[in-house]
Each structure stands twice: as C-alpha cells, then as structure tokens.
Design a protein around this ligand. Structure first.
Ligand code: GLY
Length: 560
C-alpha cells in the first residue's frame, strides 16, 4: 500500500511540529529519532525515510549537531555510540573518545608550584584532545551503514553553508563562555558579533566547516586526519600554545568495545564501557539496589538507598576507573554481587553514611555540555550516542581555516590527585594523563530491555549523566512513557561534595525533612539540568514512543 496523503511526524520536547511529507511509501514498521535540535532530528528522519538505516542516520544527526549545536559536540570532539545491530542481534560500543596528544604528560596542567592551572585544561589549544568524531563517521559508514558519506553528510553541509538561526539557548551557552570565545579571532568571527553575543534569530554561517565536512564526505577519515585539514588543525593548535602533531591525527583510531551488560530484576541493561565510567557505575548501583530490596522500599527509603548507592559507586569511580588500554581495572570484581555486598557493609537504613567514613582514596574528575541522541530504524537497529566537546563551546578555539571548534576534554583527566575537575569529580592514577590515553568519561548511552519493552536513552550533564540515566531507567521499569522518563525531576550524589544536589521540583517538603533527619545535606539547584532523548520500543508490536527533554530545545519524531 502506498499512502499518498503523507505522514505526520510527531515532534515533542522544546517544540511541537507537524510535518507533512507527500507521497511517502508506507512502511511496515515505525522509525524514530530524538535529538537535541529539530534540524538534527529532521536530518535523521530524512535519512531513514529515504532508506538509510539507523547507523546512516546517526552520521547525519551527529554532523548536523556539529553545525547547529556548536556548544555541545562537533568534529573537534568525541563520544560513544552504543549500537544494536538487529540483523546480527549484536550490541557493540563504538569508542570515538578523544585521546591525549603524544606529547601529553601527567603534570602538563601543573604550574611551577605544582598547582593545577585550570585555564590550561579548560580553555584554548592545550585543553584539546585528539578528536574522534570524523573517524567514527567513516567507521559507521563502512561497517554498518548503507549510504555513502556524501549522502549522510549532505544536510549538515547545507546547514553549515546556508547558516542556522540561533535561539536563546545558544545565547545562554555563549554567555557562559563569552570570555574565552572573545579570545580568538577565528572563534569571534563565527560565533560572536563585534565581540558580543548575537541576538536570537541571528544566522550563523560556517563555510570553513562546510568545506571540512566536504573533505570528509569525499575522502573519509583522511579528509580530516591527513592532508590540508590536518595540517591546518596542527598549525592552529601549535600557534596557540598546544602540542598536537600530525602523527597524533594520522594514528587516531576508533575502537569497538564490548559494552557493560548486567541484569536488574527482569531487565537486561547494556551501557557504555570504559573509558566511560557509566556502565560500571550503573552496574554497581543496580547491584546494591537489588541487594537492598529497592523495589519493595518505601518512598523515603527509596531515595535514601539511591543516594547511598550513588555515593559508594562514585567513590569507586574515583579510585579505580580509567582507560583499560592503559590501566588494569577490576571490572568483573566491581560489577559483581559480592562487591555490592561488601560496599553495603556499613550501610544503615536509618542514617546517611558520611562520605568521609568510606575508605579514603588518593584523589577524584566530568564535562557538562555534551549532547545525546537516540535512533531506532524500521528493522530494529538502534543507536544511543552521547557526544561531547566537554565544556560549552569546548576549548573556545576554532582552528583557523577549518571551522572546527576544538574540545577541552583533557579536563576529564585527573590533573592532580585530590584536585576536583570542573565537575567537582575526583580522580586517581587510573585516570592520570598519558600519551595517547583516553580520558575517563561519564557519558552513558544505554539500552534497557524487559520482556515487554526496550528503552534507548542518554543525556549530557557531566558527572550527573549516570544518575540521570539511573533515574530514567527506574522510571522506565515502573512502566512510564518516554515523555515522563525524560521529564522526571532529578537528584544526584557523587561521593564528594557530600550532598544531594537536586532540581527544585525533585522533592516535596516532607521528603526534604525526612532526608535531613537521616543526616543528608540537600542542595537545591538554581537551574534544571540534563537534556535527555529517549525512545521506548514496544517489543511485541514494534511501536515506538519518543521524547526529548522539555528542559531544552530538542525534538523527537516518530514516523512510519
Ligand atoms: N566530557 C563529559 C564526559 O565525558 O563525561
């Protein structure tokens, strides 16, 4: 049957749109995209509608986000793609995380007095790791996709050439990083107007970025990691005090890794593995919750258990977790039930455990902007991808002549034992800087499957990503729909600081009183955080339910 009356795409999140597409052949199954920007969601849906699969759509969405969401991700950054290949019934994590430059070393952010200089790890060329996104494009297209890169990147090239209109959210992010954006002529020229924040509605054009995307479309990874683009990247980094070499770019490789898999009650959970801390920390937390009989707990006890489990798992994150290509991490032990039981030995149902009472660690680190998207195609392939340039607008430096805004992901390393990074996270030797090493991340794209339904989800949010995913998964397991899952009020504990930070609508006064009585310190936040994009699959019918976080401007669309 061919429907000639078009299809309605249901958009949710920051905006509600209806799109009429004429003469679209009917499909047996639905497909969906949820991302942080309507133009990226539109590009993904277009690829799926034209016969591309979820992996082609992931390339298109990543590339459009690189153009229209410059504060969150981009060609100059990295990320993790959690893939479900329906044909092979196989899940894999594509690790496109940035790597430390070969000339990087553990003390590179310490001054002569041994103090961490956070300006060096957060702003400008020295803060930038070697990007992974362009290599992910080629890998996805070559090993998983159906379309050539020319086709998957076309919409992003168009948006870079023609420009996109900025929203209030862009102004907020640019305002946060205004000082560093003003530092570099190449950056000012693109993202500011006369050194000031452009008004909402301003059209940002990026012809150099369009040319770089064309080079990748034509030459694959070589269009970025070799040749004229690579030379310009290295020149710009070196001219601004950085340490990249052509060798760094030439030898960058993405890695396919086995995700972390664990079971919680009737759910199979698959989540990002190291160098993302997400899967290990989530497994630890869920194991503790199961030991505590979380599903039977009362209202206050549930929050208390969650906080106590978060506290203990984030302590382990700080001590043990790092890039397994460089350090031995006892993942099997950390994710075992025996370890959960040992972590709970000093758990009390009637008193908060002060973090200082947990075994001390030598030292503890995360990033805040970042982006996430979720995709399901008509044959059941899935992608959950969380991508980042770390801080809003990354390092703030656009490499002259490339349009590429460089990340400041190096701040996710532990610059010095015991000194928290921009997200207040601590770290140890396991996450110390070494040449070519990947910095520990909190990005946690994940799938949760119960007999009835499957969740595809993720969010930006630095150190809070893992606890946002935890709360979303619990909401899903309670039967919530996608809109409820992404809107759920949030709270977080990360070992240090020893306090529950929470959105203003997370707790009623009675709950606050009860938690304080248990000895918890509560810190209400002055803003709501996260930008989750989720798709829920009904396993039996294949019907999809997609939603974007109402806190920001994203868009979700389901089509058939
Ligand atoms: N830069 C954010 C993260 O990887 O956790």
């Amino acid at each position: 049957m061919t429907r000639r009356d078009g299809i309605a795409l249901r958009f949710s999140g920051g905006l509600l749109l209806c799109l009429l597409l004429l003469a679209v052949p009917a499909r047996a199954a639905q497909f969906a995209v949820a991302s942080a920007h309507p133009l990226a969601t539109g590009a993904g849906i277009e690829i799926l509608r034209d016969g591309g699969n979820a992996f082609d759509a992931a390339i298109a969405v990543t590339a459009v986000l690189a153009v229209v969401e410059p504060y969150s991700s981009g060609l100059g950054g990295g990320g993790f793609y959690l893939l479900h290949d329906a044909t092979r019934d196989r899940q894999v994590m594509l690790d496109a995380r940035e790597r430390a430059p070969l000339r990087g070393h553990r003390d590179m952010y310490l001054d002569a007095q041994g103090e961490v200089v956070s300006d060096w790890s957060m702003n400008g060329a020295l803060a930038a790791g070697i990007p992974g996104i362009p290599a992910a494009f080629e890998h996805l297209a070559r090993h998983y996709g159906k379309f050539p890169l020319e086709r998957s990147l076309a919409r992003a090239i168009e948006h870079a050439d023609d420009g996109f209109e900025i929203e209030d959210y862009y102004r907020r992010m640019a305002g946060f990083r205004h000082e560093v954006l003003k530092r570099y002529r190449s950056t000012r020229a693109i993202f500011l107007r006369d050194g000031e924040l452009p008004p909402s509605g301003t059209v940002i054009r990026q012809p150099d970025l369009a040319a770089t995307l064309r080079a990748i479309a034509r030459d694959g990874r070589d269009g970025f990691y070799r040749g004229p683009v690579a030379a310009k990247l290295v020149d710009a980094v070196r001219a601004n005090g950085g340490i990249w070499t052509l060798q760094d770019l030439n030898q960058y490789q993405v890695v396919e890794r086995e995700p972390v898999r664990f079971r919680y009650r009737n759910a199979d959970i698959v989540a990002a593995s190291l160098p993302s801390s997400g899967g290990v920390v989530l497994a630890e937390i869920f194991n503790m919750l199961d030991e505590l009989g979380h599903h039977k707990a009362g209202k206050v006890e549930r929050v208390h258990q969650l906080v106590e489990a978060m506290r203990r798992a984030y302590r382990d994150r700080a001590e043990y977790l790092g890039d397994t290509d460089y350090v031995d991490v006892p993942v099997d032990l950390l994710t075992s039930r025996a370890h959960a039981r040992s972590l709970l030995r000093n758990y009390s149902a009637t008193r908060a455990t002060p973090s200082t009472e947990l075994r001390a660690i030598a030292a503890a680190s995360g990033g805040s902007d970042t982006t996430h998207f979720s995709i399901v195609d008509a044959v059941g392939n899935r992608v959950a991808a969380t991508l980042s340039i770390n801080y809003p607008f990354g390092s703030g430096l656009v490499a002259d002549g490339t349009g590429v805004l460089l990340n400041d992901e190096m701040d996710d390393f532990s610059a010095s034992p015991g000194v928290p990074n921009a997200y207040g996270l601590l770290g140890s030797d396991a996450n110390a800087i070494e040449p070519g090493k990947r910095m520990l991340s909190s990005m946690t794209p994940a799938f949760v499957r119960t007999p009835a339904r499957t969740l595809v989800s993720g969010t930006p949010g630095g150190s809070r990503i893992i606890t946002m995913q935890l709360l979303a998964m619990l909401e899903f397991l309670r039967g919530a729909d996608a809109a409820t899952i992404v809107a759920r009020p949030r709270f977080h504990h990360q070992y240090f600081p020893d306090a529950i930070s929470h959105e203003d609508n997370a707790f009623e006064q009675a709950m606050i009183d009860a938690l304080e009585k248990l000895g918890h310190e509560l810190k209400p936040m002055s803003y709501r955080y996260g930008n989750m994009h989720a798709i829920v699959i009904d396993n039996a019918s294949g019907r999809l339910d997609a939603a974007s976080d109402p806190r920001v401007i994203g868009a979700a669309a389901v089509a058939e």
